[in-house]
Design a protein around this ligand. Structure first.
Ligand code: COA
Length: 198
């Protein structure tokens, strides 16, 4: 069971549950082709984002395996919603979780996804007492892979053409970090705020 104390503060972000009023901001980036390029999804219309938001707004607590914790990432200064972050509880018996993240392109490349993902890992390890947390991405999704690397996750697999997505065979990469690795990690260096609390 994981019921975080909200909001979760990072140097530049507040992570909090989604609310109905987030529709416009969430639609702003989930509608974009470039955001969906390496996801299973296609650009979404407003109704699709509205349905997705309703689901996310009910996902602020992890009570049992199989559930997702959905967090909105807003800029601490302005309150602008810039990211959509997820921690899935994949297995209780094996203490496994998975992270996912989608950010508005206007805010890419500033270390914000890294900053948020470190907090997802913290929730998984310190809050849910997980043993291993993994993340997956299309092998061409360099930004996603970098986020996971900067968070201290190791590349465990590069699966060749294991999925047929959007009309083509695609490679998938799997990254993961174990509880002892999390406990012994060093903060990522290089950019202000990036994983600074990691
Ligand atoms: C993946 C994503 C969340 C990263 O967000 P972000 O806020 O830009 O991430 P960060 O700034 O924390 O880190 C991005 C890293 O990728 C690097 N990067 C970004 N685009 C890149 C590219 N095209 N080629 C090489 N490196 C790239 C950045 O330089 C940075 O690495 P660095 O810290 O070594 O400089 C964002 O690109 C996104 O929302 N993509 C669309 C949705 C998506 O694919 N989500 C992941 C699903 S698996």
């Amino acid at each position: 069971m994981l019921l975080p104390e909200y909001p979760i503060r990072t140097p530049r972000l507040l992570l909090r549950p989604f609310a109905r009023g987030d529709l416009d901001a969430l639609y702003e980036f989930h509608k974009l082709p470039e955001v969906n390029r390496f996801l299973y999804s296609e650009p979404k219309d407003r109704d699709q984002v509205s349905a997705m938001l309703a689901d996310k707004a009910r996902s602020a607590v992890l009570r049992e395996e199989g559930q997702a914790l959905s967090l909105a990432a807003e800029l601490a200064g302005s309150g602008q919603l810039v990211g959509d972050c997820t921690l899935w509880w994949r297995s209780q018996a094996s203490q496994q979780g998975e992270v996912g993240f989608v950010f508005h392109p206007a805010h890419h490349g500033r270390g914000l996804a890294t900053e948020a993902t470190v907090e997802l890992l913290r929730l998984g390890f310190d809050g849910l007492r997980l043993h291993r947390i993994f993340g997956r991405c299309d092998a061409r999704n360099v930004a996603s892979a970098r986020v996971m690397e900067r968070c201290g996750m190791r590349r465990e697999a590069h699966l060749r053409e294991n999925e047929y997505v959007k009309g083509e065979w695609t490679d998938e990469m799997v990254y993961a970090i174990l509880r002892p690795e999390w406990a012994g990690r060093r903060p990522a260096a290089g950019r202000p705020g990036a994983a600074a609390r990691g």
